[in-house]
Design a protein around this ligand. Structure first.
Ligand code: SF4
Length: 77
C-alpha cells in the first residue's frame, strides 16, 4: 500500500510533503505533486503536513478521488 495525493493538491500545490518524505518519493508534476507507490514506505509523514488534506492512505481515498490512485502511479511510468 502507499499514500495517494488527490485533487486538493491541484489548487494548492504547497509542497511541504516533498521536504518531509524520508524516502524522497514525492515528485512535482505540472498540476500537482505525486507519490511513487513503489517507493512509499507508508509512514504518513506527508499526510500530517499537507495544509489542504490532499493526502490519504490508499485504502482511505474517498470514492470521488479514486482515479488519483492510478494518476499517482502513472506519473512514474
Ligand atoms: Fe513519503 Fe511517508 Fe508520504 Fe509515503 S507516506 S509519500 S514515504 S512521507
Amino acid at each position: 500500500m502507499a499514500f495517494v495525493i488527490t485533487s486538493a493538491c491541484e489548487e494548492e500545490k504547497a509542497g511541504e510533503c516533498v521536504e518531509t518524505c524520508p524516502v524522497d518519493c514525492i515528485a512535482e508534476g505540472e498540476k500537482m505533486f505525486y507519490i511513487d507507490p513503489d517507493i512509499c514506505i507508508d509512514c504518513g509523514a506527508c499526510e500530517a503536513v499537507c495544509p489542504v488534506e490532499a493526502i490519504y492512505p490508499e485504502d482511505e481515498v474517498p470514492e470521488e478521488e479514486q482515479k488519483y490512485i492510478q494518476l499517482n502511479q502513472d506519473f512514474f511510468k
